[in-house]
Design a protein around this ligand. Structure first.
Ligand SMILES: NCC(=O)CCC(=O)O
Ligand SMILES: [Mg+2]
Length: 324
């Protein structure tokens, strides 16, 4: 008789036949930073912190020592620096360039990734510039935003970023950023594109962390409709053509089918972002022992990797690296 259970009979046999293995080397650790001397717990994301520069460097060092190769930094920008044109997003003396420099000088082998989008800097809380159209309705404009994103990517590259990661979902930004970087000699700076970023309710806790909730409207004219999968393939083909080095699907857990299909349609490395709402659901359910946090975290990350993501952005990166 054919008995599949023979391949499950002992830990040793299960180790031999396992198809998916998680490793700390799969993780990108998202870290929040603010321009204050103290570290602050984030109410909307229990267990996460808005770090001072000093705290950021220490936390990133601990993660790197556990085998995590990369961090991505998200800045909480002071309210008085937010403007309608988001000029602070390309200030060479701004918080992000200083964070990049501090991280790279303390941990030269750590891969430092930056978020390229305007929402932390934009008085309107949108990823792009908000302008009235001819009828007076507010519009998130594409091409003028891309010009600012190029300035922002250059600012990060000058400060020493290894990878810039546009999360804005404007059309044409990957090519424009690639050309801007190359023209200034940053030919080795990579682009990790948020290729299939969905207009998701799972981002709620993150916007609390950065106080970057859109002031008016939603993000549905630029982020993707959760109902669509073929459109993700179209976005993938475009970002590959435009010169992306890696592509990303976001969120991760509720979008495993997207990860799998995107993986089949590209030869680029595929990343997936286990976002703040996914994090919070596991945290909340584990707090009173309703779920076993460690088991759930490792199972959710294994599922994301099995679906096809070889790179996972997760707020659990440091815990998971410790557990593995
Ligand atoms: N551009 C980064 C994000 O929007 C993160 C969303 C989340 O973790 O919910
Ligand atoms: Mg696109």
């Amino acid at each position: 008789m054919i008995r599949p259970r023979r391949n499950r009979k002992s830990p040793a046999v299960r180790d031999l036949v396992r198809e998916t293995t998680l490793s700390p080397a799969d993780f990108i650790y998202p870290l929040f930073v603010h321009d204050k001397d103290t570290d602050e717990a984030i109410d909307s994301m229990p267990g996460c912190t808005r770090w001072s520069l000093e705290g950021l460097v220490k936390e990133a060092g601990e993660a790197h020592a556990l085998g995590i190769p990369a961090v991505v930094i998200f800045p909480a920008i002071a309210e008085n620096l937010k403007t309608s044109e988001a000029q602070e997003s390309y200030n060479d003396k701004g918080l992000v360039p200083r964070a990049i420099q501090a991280l790279k000088s303390a941990h030269p082998s750590l891969c430092v990734i930056t978020d390229v989008a305007l929402d932390p800097y934009n008085a309107d809380g949108h990823d792009g510039l908000v302008r009235p159209d001819s009828d007076g309705n507010l519009e998130i404009v594409n091409d003028d935003t891309v010009a600012v994103l190029c300035q922002q990517a250059l600012c990060h590259a000058r400060a020493g970023a290894d990878i810039v990661s546009p999360s804005d979902m404007m059309d044409g930004r990957v090519l424009a950023i690639r050309e801007s970087l190359d023209a200034e000699g940053h030919t080795d700076v990579s682009i990790l594109a948020y290729t299939a970023k969905y207009a998701s309710a799972y981002y709620g806790p993150f916007r609390g962390a950065l106080e970057s909730e859109p002031k008016a409207g939603d993000k549905k004219t630029y982020q993707m409709d959760p109902a669509n999968v073929r459109e993700a393939i179209r976005e993938t083909m475009m970002d590959e053509d435009e010169g992306a080095d890696m592509i990303m699907v976001k969120p991760a857990g509720p979008y495993l089918d997207i990860i799998a299909k995107v993986k089949e349609s590209t030869t680029l490395p595929v990343a997936a972002y286990q976002v703040s709402g996914e994090y919070l659901m596991i945290k909340a359910a584990s707090q009173d022992g309703w779920l076993d946090e460690k088991a759930i975290v490792l199972e959710s990350l294994t599922g994301i990797k099995r679906a096809g993501a070889s790179i996972i952005l997760t707020y659990f990166a440091k815990d998971a690296a410790r557990w593995l």
